[in-house]
Design a protein around this ligand. Structure first.
Ligand code: SF4
Length: 77
């Protein structure tokens, strides 16, 4: 269950990224692509509330599964 007011943390893997740019198109305030390789750059690891829905969408759209959601509540180890 995702409450849009809940803090959201995301991370990206440039090793996985294939430079498809879906994340940048979907959430331009959160992601960018570098000029040299076209690989993802994370602008906001903790997106502002107005960017969270788009950031979540980008996670699902990335063809390389290079974007991960890190919920602050989850005990990822
Ligand atoms: S959508 Fe995925 S593969 Fe494409 S640039 Fe973003 S992180 Fe990289």
């Amino acid at each position: 269950m995702s409450d849009p007011r809940e803090p959201l943390r995301i991370s990206v893997s440039r090793d996985r990224c294939v430079g498809a740019g879906m994340c940048v198109l979907t959430a331009p305030g959160v992601f960018e692509q570098d000029d040299e390789e076209g690989l993802v750059l994370l602008l906001q690891p903790a997106p502002a509330p107005e960017h969270r829905a788009a950031a979540r969408m980008a996670v699902g759209l990335c063809p390389a599964a290079a974007i991960k959601l890190n919920s602050p509540q989850s005990s990822d180890s």
